[in-house]
Design a binder for this molecule. Structure first.
Ligand code: AHR
Length: 673
């Protein structure tokens, strides 16, 4: 239904509201009036802006997960990438006069979930026979920083099956080396057992190097098996063992996301049912986790697993929103476009549903429960306060999907009425799956549905009224994946960021029905980017938040729990201006967001109807740039940074917003006397 401009009807409340304004080019000097009614307001979701984490573009391994060794457990497989095998990432070396051989074996592994390991047989040790790992595009170490090394090792029986190791214990040297062979740190061990033993030591790097290698050298004649060779910086985010890269985690934390959806995306429902993400494979000691192919074309070690996800959510104050497959695989399984969805056989459903229920127990159950005890054993007896669970990810809405979704939905609802279930309505902003997904949501009365859309920037300007007409008595909405896409190489532009800002004003206005929204994707390793644009780029030494990041951050840190009627005059086409005002009841602050998508500055007259206790000045933060189309690989022209200043405010005041800009005005009322 088309809304009459200037008048919308929300929950029986008639508000004189202009949704957005426009200045025709010839009228660009004309003053636009923004009127905020500070006496009225409707309750909105305080959790609107969150994040969506998926392991694509090496977001986890080689990204947020701080492990420095690539293919640490020798589980890379040809099925993951044609050129890959267990030795990918490793180089066999025979130093000095050394000679020997390397093989991959599966007999007597460290754990059945981690079946492959290497055998080294050393005929002549020379200066060492062993393996070298250059991490993910080089190991980055800092002078003076400490690194924890961990290796599983055992001696091999050589000769006949009753034979014992000929040379007794095997000396092992482990070094951090620069590319040119300089030693940056060294430690040694003696492997003396025929059973797997974990060896550990700490290095201090003697100098900073962004392309170091880990070198493991056997120094005697004989044989040994090695697996799960791991190197971690001691400094991780919040200093957790098996933790996260602190610089990257901090940039995410600085978004102050209200929730975090994980672990995907398409990763959740997987490339075929055998590839569905199973949370139980991702907890416990890392050497016992079951890594698997990542449908984005690489390997997921699941070292960053469900415990670490929950812990990260807790660390950054984000509500966890784990997503489980709805018992079907991704419709694009095996590259079959829309027809590759594989349903889980019905006889497997009861066990699968139990897994979903067990996840809730893992997060929230008492330590006396089976899965609560597993959480406690991992070091977290307190619950993780799970409130949301997602079932399905933009699935094709087939009868098989519907049947399985219903079974999982009903089981969770029956056992855990306290959990809010987030359903799914397909991969687009409209269409068959969207319609059919909504039909299921209506029928089952699903609390929240997950909408996804990646659209050109103009779509967002054209759809600022999308949620104004959504029925407030039906399911609420989670905009689980959204971003302005398109333009040169799908790169981040100010134009897309400003369109997203405009759209966020509309989500704020409709945050009585849109409870949650997360830009997607969150992270991309610059050298391995599967998808563009992304919110935050990184390499081994740096983190590069995009312009779009600033927009998400400005809305997240300036969120509120009440939306105040915000009227803008001069509405026309094309729409190039949008505004929204919220109040944060904790601080009492009034926060106005003004978005100018025009290529010229806009003079404004702002009226704060009914405002009381106004201070003389307010904080103003402006994100703006002259060229809306500049693209670069950092996702942000260097000059386009949010700039803070102060602004004189009064019940009515004038100001100007620059071309291509988002302006946030935060007014802290004077205390009442
Ligand atoms: O965000 C990238 C991908 O986009 C997600 O994995 C999927 O859900 C969507 O198609």
């Amino acid at each position: 239904m088309m809304l009459p401009v200037n008048k919308i009807f929300l929950q029986g409340l008639t508000l004189a509201v202009a949704l957005s304004g426009h200045l025709a080019p010839e009228a660009s000097a004309q003053i636009t009036t923004v009127t905020v009614d500070t006496r009225a307001g409707k309750a909105i979701s305080p959790d609107l802006v969150g994040i969506f984490f998926e392991d694509l573009s090496y977001a986890a391994d080689g990204g947020l997960y701080a492990e420095l060794i690539q293919n640490r457990s020798f589980e890379y497989q040809v099925t993951e990438r044609p050129a890959w095998n267990s030795l990918t990432g490793w180089e066999f070396v025979q130093r000095g006069e050394g000679n020997g051989r390397i093989a991959v074996d599966e007999a007597m592994p460290v754990h059945p979930n981690n079946p492959h390991y290497i055998r080294l047989e050393i005929g002549k040790p020379g200066e060492g026979v062993g393996v070298v790992n250059a991490g993910f595009d080089g190991i980055s170490v800092q002078a003076g920083a400490k690194y924890d090394l961990s290796i599983f090792a055992r001696l091999l029986y050589l000769g006949n099956r009753w034979g014992s190791h000929p040379a007794g214990a095997m000396p092992l040297i482990v070094r951090l080396e620069s590319k040119d062979g300089a030693i940056l740190g060294e430690t040694s061990f003696e492997v003396a057992d025929f059973e797997w033993k974990r060896l550990s030591a700490a290095f201090t790097a003697s100098r900073t190097d962004s392309s170091a290698r880990l070198v493991v050298l056997a120094k005697a004649k004989g044989g040994l098996a090695l697996d799960e060779i791991s190197l971690f910086p001691q400094k991780t985010f919040h200093n957790h063992p098996n933790g996260l890269r602190p610089d990257l985690a901090q940039v995410i934390a600085d978004l102050k996301p209200k929730f975090m959806r994980f672990p995907g995306g398409c990763l959740v429902h997987g490339n075929g049912i055998g590839n569905i993400y199973r949370w139980k494979d991702t907890i416990g000691p890392v050497e016992q986790r079951r890594g698997q192919a990542n449908l984005w074309g690489y390997h997921q070690s699941v070292g960053l697993g469900y415990f670490e996800y929950f812990q990260f959510c807790e660390d950054i104050g984000a509500k966890p929103l784990p997503v489980q497959s709805a018992g079907v695989s991704c419709q694009n399984s095996d590259g079959k476009g829309d027809s590759g969805q594989q349903p889980m056989p019905m006889e497997q459903l009861p066990a699968y549903i139990q897994d979903v229920l067990d996840l809730i127990e893992y997060a929230n159950g008492p330590v006396t429960s089976t899965w609560g005890a597993r959480r406690a054993a991992a070091g977290h007896p307190e619950p993780f306060h799970l409130q949301y669970i997602g079932i399905g990810n933009e699935d094709k809405i087939t009868p098989a999907f519907k049947e399985r979704f219903r079974m999982i939905f009903e089981a969770v609802k029956a056992k855990h009425p306290e959990i809010t279930i987030v359903g799914t309505v397909g991969p687009g902003s409209e269409g068959e799956d969207y319609d059919n997904g909504w039909k299921i949501a209506d029928e089952l009365k699903v609390s929240v549905v997950d909408e996804h859309y990646y659209q050109p920037f103009q779509w967002f300007w054209d759809n600022l009224q999308r949620y104004d007409t959504y029925d407030r008595n039906k399911s609420k909405v989670y905009v689980g994946e959204w971003a302005a896409r398109g333009g040169a190489k799908d790169r981040n532009t100010l134009q897309s960021a400003i369109a997203e800002a405009a759209y966020l004003t509309s989500l704020e206005r409709s945050a009585d029905v849109v409870l949650l929204a997360s830009y997607a994707p969150l992270l991309a390793n610059r050298l391995h980017t599967n998808w563009s644009p992304d919110l935050i780029y990184f390499n081994n030494t740096g983190v590069f938040p995009s312009i779009n990041y600033s927009v998400q951050q400005l809305f997240s840190v300036n969120s509120g729990d009440a939306w105040l009627p915000t009227k803008v005059d001069n509405i026309g086409k094309p729409v190039e201006f949008a505004a929204s005002t919220v109040r944060d009841s904790k601080s009492g602050d009034l926060i106005i967001k003004l978005v100018n998508g025009a290529g010229t500055a806009k003079p404004l007259h702002i009226e704060l109807a009914g405002a009381k206790n106004l201070p003389a000045s307010a904080t103003k933060i402006v994100l703006a740039g002259n060229d809306a189309n500049v693209v670069n690989e950092d996702g942000r022209p260097p000059a386009v940074q949010p700039r803070e200043s102060s602004l004189v405010v009064a019940p009515a005041f004038d100001c100007e917003v620059p071309a291509n800009s988002l302006t946030v005005i935060r007014i802290k009322p004077e205390p009442t006397r």
